[in-house]
Ligand binder design. Structure first.
Ligand SMILES: N[C@@H](CCC(=O)N[C@@H](CS)C(=O)NCC(=O)O)C(=O)O
Length: 222
């Protein structure tokens, strides 16, 4: 099956966009990418993006998809074989945990944007509690379901890339004592489709973003 023309509207720092890029790279799907600055979006963006958010995937001439988990599944479905588990129950559970992954990403955003130490400590324990829930349901192998990379792994990799940077830049080691997630993170961050899913200057941009946010995390920068 020939894939339609795909254009991804991206913001370089967005973890939800990155889910899509990892899926596209992993499946070797040709696509165009257009970067916007979400802090100063171009006028056309409001017309294209139904909710004013990225990612948005333009498909062919007219269609527009939004919501990262839905975009990931669409890309996966038009490029068989699927990266979703075949068993309906496992597939449904993966979808549920992918949804949870979005909440974990937002909790991480809450941590890096927390204004003072008290808010930061609260956000850190919330995030840590969410990570512990994941540790409890993870396979313990390289990937969420076992030894095979699946769509859920693409959905979580952006989280681990940022947790890794928070460790390097701020000394925050949120995966300490969570061996399954530690192994998962290592396996994901070693994949070419994950490594190449962000621009080369991403680590510097992420650091600058922490500074710009001016929250408690910025005071921890080394
Ligand atoms: N649930 C959405 C979340 C997307 C999202 O929050 N994107 C952020 C950037 S990382 C955004 O566009 N924010 C702009 C806004 O909320 O106005 C998804 O999974 O695609």
């Amino acid at each position: 099956m020939q894939t339609p023309r795909l254009e991804l509207i991206s913001f370089k720092l967005c973890p939800f966009v990155q889910r899509t890029v990892i899926t596209l790279l992993h499946k070797d799907v040709p696509y165009d990418i257009t970067y916007i600055d979400l802090n100063n979006p171009p006028e056309w963006f409001a017309e294209v993006s139904p909710l004013g958010k990225v990612p948005v995937l333009k498909v062919g001439d007219d269609a527009v998809l939004f919501e990262s988990a839905v975009i990931q599944e669409y890309v996966d479905e038009i490029t068989p074989p699927s990266l979703m588990p075949a068993d309906p129950l496992t597939k449904a559970l993966n979808r549920a945990w992918i949804g949870y992954g979005g909440e974990v990403i937002m909790a991480m955003h809450g941590l890096v944007s927390a204004k003072d130490e008290a808010a930061f400590d609260e956000a850190r324990s919330k995030l840590r509690g969410m990570l512990e829930k994941l540790e409890a349901v993870h396979s313990g192998e390289d990937f969420f379901n076992g030894g095979e990379f699946a769509l859920i792994d693409a959905a979580f990799a952006p989280l681990f890339m940022r947790l890794d940077l928070l460790g390097q830049n701020c000394g925050l080691n949120l995966l300490d004592g969570l061996p399954k997630l530690g192994r998962w993170s290592e396996a994901l961050l070693a994949l070419p489709s994950v490594k190449h899913s962000v621009v080369d200057e991403f680590p510097q941009m992420y650091r600058m973003m922490l500074t710009r946010m001016g929250g408690h995390a910025a005071t921890l920068l080394k």
